[in-house]
Design a protein around this ligand. Structure first.
Ligand code: ARG
Length: 285
């Protein structure tokens, strides 16, 4: 048996310092149901959510990230999922416009934060849930639709940033945001290099799967079991990948590719249908 290249010599990866926005889950609970993970009849433990979130916050600080914080607002229990607050690139913040009225007030709250932090804010015309559905992969933006962000918002996004936007249709309600079904592992790939991505094939329509296979032939294919603990909802600096601690198979796949997985347990925030990436909005000047 011959070893494949990746097994014989994992690539030495270097991480880069990320700047992210997070929101403490001081008001986290599950009081409504807008995705299949949410069961308002079941109890939640806000202080446990805060403690778990703090381990994620601490992991980012230890990686040397610049972590910015937005003040949580009472009555907006999902505000902890900062990824949905917008999409920020080249110093421009394209605001979110939420699908469900329960989260509507988060859009303006995040836009206000972007403005005071010095980002040029673009108020959205079309429904979109920010980095929950928009992921930068090298020069292009991968954009999920099907449950939340509309395809119209993809055109708006392309116009705002002048980037190619690749639309991907999601088909499984449990993977309602793109960042629950796909992860970009190289935030700053070398020019012309294919960024490494990981995804769950069954979360996408046949046509979108074909697009993924064509554009990302070297992608990591993640198992149903790892996706079901929101393993794909991870955050990478290009070397270290902060990931759900229960996604053991995916962690091993990452190691084979030269990444260093760091597990965190966000079980309480999983009750709202979110994980590591959901709690993290990348800020790019
Ligand atoms: N309860 C939230 C919702 O359904 C969870 C959001 C998770 N965020 C994410 N980026 N996937 O909207």
């Amino acid at each position: 048996m011959t070893l494949t290249d990746t097994q014989a010599s994992p690539i030495a990866r270097t991480g880069s310092r990320r700047t992210v926005l997070m929101c403490r889950p001081d008001h986290f609970t599950v009081s409504y149901r807008i995705n299949p993970w949410m069961h308002p009849e079941d109890p939640t433990d806000t202080s446990l959510a805060v403690r778990q979130w703090e381990t994620l916050h601490q992991a980012y600080l230890e990686l040397g990230f610049d972590v910015q914080l937005i003040e949580p607002i009472a009555g907006l229990p999902d505000m902890v999922y900062a990824a949905n607050g917008g999409f920020v690139l080249d110093g421009v913040a394209y605001g979110a416009k939420f699908t469900h009225p329960e989260r509507a007030a988060e859009g303006p709250a995040y836009m206000e934060w972007f403005a005071q932090a010095g980002y040029e804010v673009r108020v959205p015309e079309h429904v979109n849930e920010g980095e929950g559905d928009f992921l930068l992969a090298g020069d292009v933006v991968l954009a999920g639709s099907g449950f939340r962000s509309t395809t119209d918002s993809q055109d708006e996004l392309a116009a705002v940033f002048g980037r190619e936007v690749i639309g991907l249709e999601l088909v499984n309600p449990s993977y309602y945001h793109l960042d629950t079904a796909l992860a970009v592992l190289d935030p700053e790939p070398e020019a012309d290099a294919e960024p490494t991505i990981a995804y769950l094939p069954s979360a996408f329509s046949d046509a979108s799967l074909e697009v993924l296979r064509m554009r990302f032939p070297n992608a990591i294919i993640v198992s149903e079991a790892d996706a079901a603990v929101l393993g794909l909802n991870c955050f990478s600096d290009g070397s270290t990948v902060v990931i759900a601690s229960r996604a053991l198979g995916f962690a091993e796949q990452l190691r084979e590719r030269g990444y260093t997985p760091v597990g965190v347990d966000l079980s309480e925030l999983l009750l709202g249908g979110g994980g590591v990436k959901c709690c993290t909005l990348e800020l790019r000047r």
